[in-house]
Design a protein around this ligand. Structure first.
Ligand SMILES: N=c1c2ncn([C@@H]3O[C@H](COP(=O)(O)OP(=O)(O)OP(=O)(O)O)[C@@H](O)[C@H]3O)c2ncn1[C@@H]1O[C@H](COP(=O)(O)O)[C@@H](O)[C@H]1O
Length: 218
């Protein structure tokens, strides 16, 4: 398997610079990364369709197309199969369920997807909708705080929410150190605003000063 992929990778790297009239790799590469990624997506869908039809030969064929297009994409990004294998090696021995349980907050919730790359199954955020301070929109913070609190067993201190959500949104150090005119933290202010919204809509238990928890069942 690895030999076949190594050979394919070497061929693809060589064919990228070939004449697009005689090379599919060169032709696809010339169309740009978006087209390569689109083809990869199509092959993934075709693999799924074959699997759902219990078409074993189809799955083998579509998987070959999928691996081929993935290798073209990696080459276009200056990445290699070795990079992917190194990541797989790093994960070896770590149960997928254990890794998933360690994520904070729950990445499966679809309604925080405005800043999440769909389909990755992992917490990844684009910065495109972040503001000039490098912070996510208030509504996203509110939804993420709701999810974060839903996972807590007990009362938490605000600092835990600041940290947990900063990790969730993968905030840069610069964004975390940004302050308002009065010296208060932009980020903490945003999380506090989110907490207030949750109090206002009746989700948050407001009975203990300086500690945060959702009301039961909210
Ligand atoms: N493994 C492959 C491989 N798998 C699939 N494909 C091509 O990938 C394309 C995608 O399949 P589709 O049915 O979606 O094609 P399509 O509808 O024509 O594509 P679009 O019009 O949507 O762009 C087809 O043209 C396939 O022939 C491949 N093309 C090349 N290779 C390898 O890459 C090497 C270099 O190829 P060239 O760059 O063409 O010389 C070859 O020797 C092979 O080893």
């Amino acid at each position: 398997m690895r030999d076949s992929l190594d050979t394919l990778e070497a061929t693809i790297r060589e064919r990228r610079a070939a004449d697009p009239d005689t090379s599919y790799v060169a032709k696809l590469t010339a169309k740009g990364r978006a087209k390569i990624a689109q083809k990869l997506g199509e092959e993934a869908v075709e693999t799924v369709i074959a699997a759902m039809a219990d078409d074993r030969a189809g799955v083998v064929s579509e998987s070959a197309d999928l691996l081929f297009h993935l290798t073209v994409l990696l080459a276009d990004m200056g990445l290699s199969l070795d990079d992917v294998c190194a990541e797989l090696d790093r994960r070896e021995g770590v149960s997928g369920l254990t890794e998933k349980a360690s994520r904070v907050p729950d990445a499966k919730q679809p309604h925080i997807s405005s800043s999440k790359i769909e389909g990755s199954g992992k917490r990844r955020h684009t910065n495109s909708n972040f503001d000039q301070h490098g912070l996510p929109p208030q509504d996203d913070v509110m939804e993420a705080l709701h999810l974060f609190l839903a996972k807590q067993q007990n009362w938490i201190e605000p600092s835990e929410a600041y940290r947990g959500l900063a990790d969730h949104f993968r905030l840069e150090a610069e964004a975390l150190s940004s302050t308002m005119a009065d010296g208060r933290s932009h980020w903490e202010n945003r999380v506090q605003w989110a907490r207030k919204k949750l109090v206002d809509n009746g989700s948050l238990d407001n009975s203990r000063r300086g500690l945060w928890k959702l009301k039961n069942g909210k």
